[in-house]
Design a protein around this ligand. Structure first.
Ligand code: SAM
Length: 190
């Protein structure tokens, strides 16, 4: 299961994250929240197969993806020509301070053992006034096809208020969590 979701590798992972409808609900919610403009510089943390990058490029923004799976970096480069895609860890983003105006994170938060460290890194690489939108799997989906066992037991679920508090502890402002049938959308700014 880890080779398919936490650090995807192999043929099955390429099939899953190469599919056009993979996590489309999360991608749409994030892009709607970020309302990218041509002058934006977006970072997609845990970009997987690169579909959010591909869709974000149509806004005219400068688009960068990061993933710790070599296979996903390769797939994202194929799927989103025009985006820069780098191999790296969300816990230590390989970018200088204030490099981006927007950050996306789609179905990645669930896998992070130290979510505050990652949110602090996001804050560091965002310009003042930058915005973050992340979408994650809510606790009510534990054990459903969205978060089946044994994956569910190895991931991190947060109630809405817990999720908001993590973002505040990382120094983010204007934190809002919206919970829909598919998961939780957290938006925040620096
Ligand atoms: C479930 S997939 C989601 C992929 C994509 N964002 C989407 O919505 O389709 C999770 C992705 O996050 C990446 N990932 C998980 N933990 C990471 C970390 N600590 N640093 C960088 N990438 C990570 C995985 O390699 C995988 O590509």
């Amino acid at each position: 299961m880890d080779r398919v979701a936490r650090r995807p590798a192999g043929r099955r992972a390429r099939e899953v994250y190469g599919a056009d409808d993979i996590h489309d609900f999360a991608r749409r919610a994030i892009l709607d929240a970020l309302t990218l403009e041509p002058e934006d510089r977006l970072l997609d943390v845990g970009c997987g197969g690169g579909l959010l990058l591909r869709d974000a490029l149509s806004s005219g923004a400068t688009v960068t993806g990061l993933d710790h799976s070599e296979e996903m970096v390769r797939l994202a480069r194929e799927r989103s020509p025009g985006a820069e895609v780098v191999l790296g860890s969300a816990e230590q983003l390989p970018f200088p301070d204030a490099s981006f105006t927007a950050i996306a994170m789609s179905i990645v938060f669930f896998f992070l053992p130290d979510p505050i460290a990652v949110l602090c890194e996001c804050r560091r690489v965002l310009l003042l006034g930058g915005r973050l939108a992340l979408y994650t799997t809510s606790p009510s989906l534990r054990g459903t096809p969205a978060a089946p066992e044994p994956l569910a037991s190895r991931g991190q679920f947060y109630e809405d208020e817990e999720l908001a508090e993590l973002a505040r502890l990382a120094g983010l402002a204007a934190v809002v969590v919206v919970n829909d049938d598919c998961g939780q959308l957290l938006t925040a700014s620096t």
